[in-house]
Design a binder for this molecule. Structure first.
Ligand code: ARG
Length: 471
């Protein structure tokens, strides 16, 4: 292939074709509009491949030298926004290779020895995703720390805990925040785990069958940092699988989806809590917006959008799974469609996490409103039943006695704790004046000392555990 032929991709597979693709087909098949964001990974992968070809004696020292120089020039041009991306060169790979050849001549054309765009693109996506995963894992760490700080400040603040969105038992607001810390910790674990399977090298698989050149795939893997914890090179072990599967991208998107689902649940609570009917929290003004018609409004747009954007990430997961299903081995052009959902998943999750790190720090807690809400709905009824059990009553009987007491209090518009002692004693003579401590919110919390329970002492123990884990 002569260099002016490579200039015109419509002629790049040249001799076999009697006419160029139509303009519509060119636009339909091109990916450079979106895959150019892989450029850094593409150059990194090409340099590792060329270095190995040189070490194996396939590429001369001069060729290796000028390839490095050409790639340095291209890097500068792209960073400076000077690089001309050409649609007729289809994708990021052909754009960079054509420019390299323009800059350094034949050495540029030798770069592709023993390589195909099939193993090239699979390598690029893995390298790029690995870097993004590291950024997301760090953001998850920051979000956990912000929530741990909130939990620390508000370990003693009491709010109603809900089941079925009905007042159930009092809990510490700090404890409630730590529930989300657990979720985000698992999200980070999942990303860390998926990263290991992402960080494996497809290069060397060539188009699908491997290649006749004496490639050292492990050397390339080590150059690219594709190594396990013991420093062993991580190389995809089957060429057909290496170029065709995108399960690492699906796995990542599944982990991202779960993380967004957790964000969405938190968002839903923030939205409820800042409504006038709850009044539990305020968000800093920079996360809320006004209404164009109702002057009194402060709307929780950020959590609402996060809840909404969860839907689009779920959609990307469905898209990627469906993309893979039904593809025969090995590479098919279908796989070009992996990029936009994957990119958008990363962008959406990254921006959402960044905003939430900042937003968590800007939450103001209205402890009195939480307390008043916890005083409604007989939140300590279970405590009274437990109290009777400690005095010798079987739990089922105690449950029944307290149900009668709750009913009588409700009929009079009172909370259980507001009934006079004499009336409580009418339900069971064993009830003494210490019952009011039992029925108090603080008394209830203090007894929940099981590991992982809501007693402030347990909450503080968890805060300490998280802090030492998250340094
Ligand atoms: N742009 C393509 C993709 O993203 C690169 C691989 C093209 N390979 C091929 N045999 N057409 O999948």
């Amino acid at each position: 292939m002569s260099s002016n032929q490579l200039d015109q991709k419509s002629q790049a597979w040249s001799a076999l074709f009697s006419e160029p693709v139509s303009e519509l087909v060119q636009r339909y098949t091109a990916s450079v509009g979106f895959d150019q964001r892989l450029w850094r990974a593409d150059i990194q992968g090409s340099l590792a491949h060329a270095e190995m070809l040189h070490a194996q004696g396939v590429l001369s020292a001069d060729d290796w030298e000028v390839i490095q120089r050409g790639m340095a020039q291209i890097t500068q041009d792209i960073e400076a926004g000077r690089f001309e991306w050409r649609l007729d060169l289809e994708d990021v790979h052909l754009n960079i290779e054509a420019r390299l050849t323009q800059l350094v001549g034949d050495a540029g054309k030798r770069l592709h020895t023993g390589r195909s765009r099939n193993d090239q693109v699979a390598t690029d996506v893995r390298l790029w995703l690995r870097g993004e995963m590291d950024g997301l894992i760090e953001l998850l760490r920051q979000l956990q720390l912000a929530l741990v700080d909130l939990a620390d400040q508000h370990a003693e603040v009491i709010m109603p805990g809900f089941t079925h969105l009905q007042v159930a038992q009092p809990v510490s607001f700090g404890h409630h925040m730590l529930a989300y810390v657990e979720m985000f910790a698992r999200d980070a674990e999942r990303l860390t785990d998926a990263r290991q399977r992402t960080n494996r090298l497809p290069l060397g698989a060539a188009a699908l069958a491997g290649t006749s050149y004496p490639l050292d795939r492990e050397r390339v893997a080590r150059t690219l940092g594709m190594v396990d914890e013991q420093g062993q090179a991580c190389v995809c072990q089957n060429s057909l699988d290496a170029v065709s599967d995108r399960d690492f991208a699906i796995e990542f998107t599944a982990a991202a989806t779960l993380c967004m689902v957790h964000i969405s649940r938190l968002s839903e609570e923030l939205i409820l809590w800042m409504s006038q009917n709850f009044g539990f929290i305020r968000l800093a003004d920079r996360f809320t917006t006004g209404s164009s018609i109702m002057p009194q409004k402060k709307n929780p747009d950020v959590p609402e959008l996060a809840r909404g954007k969860t839907g689009r990430v779920v959609g990307h997961l469905m898209g990627l799974i469906t993309l893979m299903k039904g593809q025969p081995l090995a590479y098919n052009k279908d796989n070009q469609e992996d990029k936009e959902p994957l990119f958008d998943t990363v962008d959406t999750l990254r921006d959402t996490l960044r905003i939430f790190v900042d937003m968590a720090g800007g939450i103001t807690v209205n402890a009195e409103a939480m307390r008043q809400a916890a005083l409604k709905g007989h939140a300590t009824a279970t405590d009274l039943a437990d109290h009777l059990v400690k005095k010798g009553m079987p739990f089922r009987d105690a449950h029944e006695v307290v149900a009668h007491a709750v009913r009588s209090a409700s009929e009079r518009g009172l909370d259980l704790a507001q009934l006079p002692l004499a009336e409580l004693q009418a339900f069971d003579a064993r009830i003494g004046p210490e019952v009011f401590e039992v029925l108090s919110l603080e008394g209830s919390l203090a007894t929940r000392q099981t590991l992982g329970g809501t007693a402030p002492r347990q909450v503080r123990a968890q805060v300490a555990r998280h802090r030492s884990r998250l340094v």
